[in-house]
Design a protein around this ligand. Structure first.
Ligand code: FAD
Length: 309
C-alpha cells in the first residue's frame, strides 16, 4: 500500500513540487545521488574508484516529452564520457541510460529519436573505450527498449540491457540475451506493475530472480547481478561457482548509498563490484523509487521533517 502510494507520487508533478521544496529533502537525496553537476558526478566516481569499485553513471532524467531536452541529455552524456576519458576513469566507469530521457516518449517518432540519441551516446562511449547499459523502465517500454537494444547491438555488441525479474516475460528475455558477449543487468524491478504482467509477492519475485540468474550464469554472456538482497548475492556466488565462472566473468552491482559495507566485503573477496551512481538535478523520480523500496527510508525522511519543523 505504502509502496503503491510512493510509486504513484513518483510520477505526480504536484507531489514533486511539494517534496522538492521541503527543507530536509536535499540532505537525504545526497545519500543516493552524487550531486547536481557533472563535476560532482566525476569527483564521486574518482573517490569510489579509489576504493576498488567500478561505476556506472546515470545522468538523471526520465519521461521527457521535449525533443530539445532529449537531445540535451544525449549531449550531457557525451560531455560526461569526455570528462571520464580526461580524468583517466573511462576504464573503470561506464554509463547507464534511460531511453525515456532521450526521447522514447516523444509523441512523434519517439522510438527513432531515442535510438538515434542512444546511438550518439554509444559512439561517444566507444570512442573512450567504455560501455553503455540501457536501464529498463515500466513494462509498457520493455518491447521498445529491447528492440532498440537489438538494433544498437549490431554496431555496439557490448551494449548492456537491464532485465527485471518481476516481469513474467523475463525468463524468456534472459534466454535471448544470454549469448556470447551479451551483458545483462538483472534486477528485481522498481515500478508499480499489474498482476497481469508481473509477480506481486516478494517471495515470487525472489524465486523468479533465481530462475533468471540460473539462465544467465549458465549462458555465455556477462551477468551483472544488481541486487542488495543477501540471499540472492549468496545464490549468485554459488551459481557462478557451479558454472565454473571466474570472478572476471560476472559482476555484482548495487546502488550508490545502499549497503556500502557489503560492497566492500564483495570487493575484498576478489569480486567485481559496480556502483550505480546518479547525478543531476532531475532526482525526484529516482529518489521516490528508493523511498518506496524500503519503509525505513521513509521513516528516516519523515523524522528529518519532524525535527526541522
Ligand atoms: C545497479 C542497479 C541498477 C538498477 N536498475 C534498475 C532498472 O533499470 N530498472 C528497474 O526497474 N530497477 C532497477 N534497479 C532497482 C531494482 O529493481 C530494485 O528495486 C532494487 O535494487 C531493490 O531490490 P533488491 O534486489 O535490492 O532487493 P530488496 O528485497 O528490495 O532489498 C534487499 C535489501 O537491500 C537493502 N535495500 C534495498 N533497497 C534499499 C533502499 N532503497 N534503501 C536502503 N536499503 C535498501 C535492504 O537491506 C533490503 O532488505 C536497479 C538496481 C541496481 C542495484
Amino acid at each position: 500500500m505504502l509502496r503503491t502510494t510512493l510509486l504513484a507520487a513518483s510520477r505526480s508533478p504536484r507531489s514533486r513540487k511539494l517534496i522538492e521544496q521541503l527543507p530536509p529533502t536535499r540532505a537525504i537525496v545526497k545519500r543516493f545521488v552524487a550531486g547536481d553537476t557533472l563535476d560532482e558526478g566525476v569527483s564521486v566516481t574518482d573517490t569510489l574508484v579509489g576504493t576498488g569499485r567500478r561505476i556506472t553513471l546515470d545522468h538523471l532524467g526520465e519521461d521527457t516529452t521535449d525533443a530539445a531536452q532529449a537531445a540535451g541529455t544525449a549531449e550531457a552524456y557525451e560531455k560526461l564520457l569526455a570528462a571520464l576519458a580526461e580524468t583517466g576513469l573511462a576504464d573503470r566507469a561506464e554509463v547507464s541510460v534511460k531511453l525515456s530521457a532521450v526521447g522514447q516518449f516523444l509523441p512523434k517518432d519517439g522510438e527513432q529519436v531515442a535510438l538515434e540519441n542512444a546511438r550518439r551516446i554509444c559512439a561517444a562511449a566507444a570512442a573512450v573505450g567504455t560501455t553503455v547499459t540501457l536501464d529498463m523502465e515500466d513494462h509498457t517500454t520493455t518491447d521498445s527498449t529491447l528492440g532498440i537494444a537489438r538494433e544498437l547491438r549490431a554496431d555496439y555488441p557490448w551494449l548492456g540491457v537491464v532485465l527485471q525479474a518481476y516481469l513474467h516475460r523475463t525468463e524468456a528475455d534472459c534466454a535471448e540475451f544470454s549469448g556470447p558477449g551479451s551483458r545483462v543487468r538483472l534486477c528485481k524491478g522498481a515500478y508499480q506493475e499489474p498482476a497481469s504482467v508481473a509477480f506481486q509477492k516478494k517471495s515470487d519475485v525472489d524465486l523468479a530472480y533465481v530462475r533468471c540468474l540460473k539462465i544467465l550464469m549458465a549462458g555465455e554472456g556477462y551477468p551483472m547481478v544488481a541486487s542488495h538482497d543477501p540471499r540472492l548475492i549468496r545464490v549468485a556466488g554459488q551459481l557462478a561457482a557451479q558454472n565454473g565462472r571466474s570472478a572476471d566473468s560476472f559482476e555484482y552491482q548495487m546502488l550508490y548509498g545502499i549497503r556500502p559495507e557489503e560492497q566492500e566485503r564483495l570487493i575484498a573477496e576478489g569480486n567485481t563490484m559496480r556502483v550505480y551512481l546518479p547525478y543531476g538535478n532531475q532526482w525526484y523520480g529516482y529518489f521516490m523509487r528508493r523511498l518506496a523500496e524500503r519503509p525505513a527510508n521513509l521513516v528516516f525522511f519523515l523524522r528529518a521533517l519532524a525535527t526541522k519543523s
